[in-house]
Design a protein around this ligand. Structure first.
Ligand SMILES: Cc1cc2nc3c(=O)[nH]c(=O)nc-3n(C[C@H](O)[C@H](O)[C@H](O)COP(=O)(O)OP(=O)(O)OC[C@H]3O[C@@H](n4cnc5c(N)ncnc54)[C@H](O)[C@@H]3O)c2cc1C
Length: 405
């Protein structure tokens, strides 16, 4: 088997997945796990170097601090999956044991309204079993004396199942095991789709190589290119590529204890990497949709916005040296920043797996599992992802996720 074949071996597949990064890999793997699914699966990935996908640019952290209960439960499954990766993957001794670097997320509010949002989110999180707690500025200062807190009204932190995890390893093993179990992965570009005469079914996808592949069901796992892929089937979806910037830096005087992933009221976030290095992220105030191949760095952003915000919140970060930087893209759901999953209401075999904005990595276990269930049974069997169906877009009923980073 060539490392990355371009041509599918067959003319027809039960499931064609457009996009082979973490959502495509998770769905493919969960299909191979399902005893009730015995179909043929093709994953089409346009770039097997994964140079432009969200997955390659992620910060790879997970949290329980969301404002919607379903998002909390989705992340709880992620924590369980990561901690028990080898067991989930059939006890395969090649699969490493993973853990979560639990530094917790520290949300800081600098207004009474912001504090009220933290309180409301806490109630949702507690109801779902998360261990979030609120902290007054005095409590924060006692636990983390390196923060400047003059303007802070309230903080919120959860040290359980919140922090860094190795998403790249999970992604690699999903792909590797799925391929070993017979899923075909080709490096090719889906460039068109054909619907049946009634318009209710995608009959086939066309590849850049010209090959036409018939499909029982098609999954849109194409990240920031989701709207382009949907348009091939004559479908609109409110997902846009938005630039997100990351910097890794070394502090001249490292902090004397773990830095929580701190979500500053300015929108800048920063976390621990280890060994005196840290990772900060943010975006420009003007945040337009960009072309899916636009990864140009905005150098003024660091000087004018990110570094000043960091140095204001943690004065020790006035003396730092940037080691690396990169630009990634969110697949931003502009309606409500939440996932869009499940079938299109009229084109029933077109299945969305889109719009994960800044939290798709941690959602990949639950979303892949749920999508595999939908493809197999036409229903969810474990966690009900029905809330995130496309219907809410046509009805303009957003389920706003307020805890977006
Ligand atoms: C800077 C940054 C930080 C982030 N931090 C976090 C975090 O800490 N925690 C978290 O949970 N999430 C985070 N995210 C979000 C997370 O990384 C994404 O939600 C997740 O990786 C989305 O995966 P995906 O498979 O849906 O999309 P992608 O990774 O973008 O993959 C889509 C794939 O589809 C392929 N494709 C597109 N169109 C076609 C086509 N027509 N034919 C064939 N292939 C096609 C692309 O080449 C691509 O490989 C972050 C994202 C960014 C950008």
């Amino acid at each position: 088997m060539a490392a990355h074949p371009h041509a599918p071996q067959h003319d027809s597949y039960d499931v064609v997945i457009v996009g082979g990064a973490i959502m495509g890999a998770s769905t493919a793997w969960f299909l191979t796990e399902n005893r009730d699914f015995d179909g043929r699966v093709l994953v089409v990935e346009r770039d097997m170097t994964f140079s432009a996908c969200s997955t390659a640019h992620t910060n790879s952290c997970m949290r329980q601090q969301f404002s919607t209960e379903l998002n909390v439960r989705i992340s709880q499954f992620a924590a369980d999956f990561v901690r028990n990766l080898r067991t989930y993957m059939g006890g395969d001794p090649r699969v490493p044991q993973l853990s979560i670097h639990e530094f917790g997320y520290m949300y800081l509010a600098d207004t009474p309204a912001g504090a009220e949002v933290l309180r409301q989110n806490l109630a949702v999180q507690h109801a779902a079993g998360a261990a979030t707690r609120l902290m007054t500025p005095d409590q924060i200062a006692a636990a983390y004396p390196f923060y400047q807190l003059d303007d802070i009204v309230l903080g919120s932190i959860n040290p359980v199942d919140e922090g860094y995890w190795d998403g790249a390893t999970v992604n690699d093993w999903w792909r590797r095991q799925a391929r070993e179990r017979g899923v075909e992965w080709v490096e090719n570009d889906v460039v068109a789709m054909t619907r049946n005469a009634a318009g209710t079914h995608v009959d086939s996808v066309t590849l850049a190589s010209g090959q036409v592949v018939a499909c029982g069901q098609v999954v849109n796992a194409s990240g920031p290119r989701a709207a382009r892929t949907a348009a091939m089937a004559g479908i609109t979806v409110p997902v846009e590529p938005r630039k997100r910037f990351t910097w890794v830096f070394r502090a001249e005087t490292p902090l004397d204890r773990d830095l929580p992933l701190t979500v500053d009221p300015s929108g800048v976030h920063v976390r621990e990497i280890g060994g005196g290095t840290y990772q900060a992220g943010g975006h420009a105030d003007i945040d337009p949709a960009v072309a899916p191949d636009d990864f140009a760095m905005d150098h003024s952003l660091w000087e004018n916005h990110i570094w000043p915000a960091l140095a204001n919140r943690i004065p020790q970060f006035e003396a730092i040296r940037v080691l690396s930087e990169w630009v990634g893209q969110y697949a931003m759901n502009t309606l409500d920043q939440n996932a869009i999953v499940g079938p299109h209401p009229e084109v029933g075999n077109f299945v969305f797996l889109n719009g994960f904005s800044g939290h798709g990595l941690q959602q990949s276990p639950a979303m892949g599992r749920g999508t595999a269930e939908w493809l197999t049974y036409g229903a969810y069997r474990t966690l009900d992802l029905g809330q995130f169906h496309y219907d809410r877009i046509t009805r303009n009923r957003p389920i706003i996720e307020r805890a977006i980073i």
